[in-house]
Design a protein around this ligand. Sequence first.
Ligand SMILES: [Fe+2]
Ligand SMILES: [Fe+2]
Length: 290
Amino acid sequence: MTAAAHQNANRIGTDAIPVRHMDFEFDDSVPTFWFAGDPLRTMILTALSGTFPEGERMFMRSVRHYQKAIKDPELQKQVKAFIGQEAHHGKEHQTFNDMMTRKGIPVDFIDRYTKEGLKRIEKFYSPQRLLAKTCALEHFTALFAELLLAHPELIDEVDDQLKPLWVWHAIEESEHKAVAYDVFQEQVDSYWIRVSEMAVTTIMFSFFSTLHTAQLLQAAKQQPGQRRMGVGQRLKGLWQHRDVLAELGKHYLAYYKPDFHPSQKDSRALRDKGLEMLSRYVGDKAYLSV
Ligand SMILES: [Fe+2]
Ligand SMILES: [Fe+2]
């Protein structure tokens, strides 16, 4: 076997779902309110990031449960790539979360809370329903990811050190958006479980995202130099993105169609645009994979 063939045989990712190594390092010069100096937008995304390492580990477990039973060899390869990408997302977001915790924003609390909550869910959920939860959350991440790739101006005011983290994660969520879904369709194939779990997950996701954001905003009040802001002022930053955010509704609802498939929305052009943007920050790493 040639060296190249050997490397190819050991490769985790596929051409369409490459596993990239980012190895981000965020130094403490990143401002605490790294999104336009705005506590609300900063804490919405920081709270999300706090749930990623444990949430993505749950995604991996739910798919791994079916890994050996998967019949389609192509899907087998995609599952390995999916697990590889999600493992790296957890690692990089942990680096970011640790930096925010060092700054006095208790992201470590959200991480522990998510771990405990998922442990309880996994105790009484069937493997089918757990996989349906992963599919539902993967639909959410793909929605947000593709919104960001279509409207990169959304993160214009994010600190430059953090832009590549969000752009890289968005690209890879778009790349693997159909994998958990395809495993579900092959192994479970239940419209009722899929959409009922989406309804439950929507309520839980909205509730916990709001709760965690409020918890972080409360803790952020202790930060030096915090101005007192009214609700109107706090919502102003978010309100300027209202037209773009309204697009989410239509794509969210598509999930409830009986013939829905994540790939119905062809996002290759968006990902190419995202990769070009990412390469401006990290160079060739945007295209290299393992
Ligand atoms: Fe991810
Ligand atoms: Fe994902």
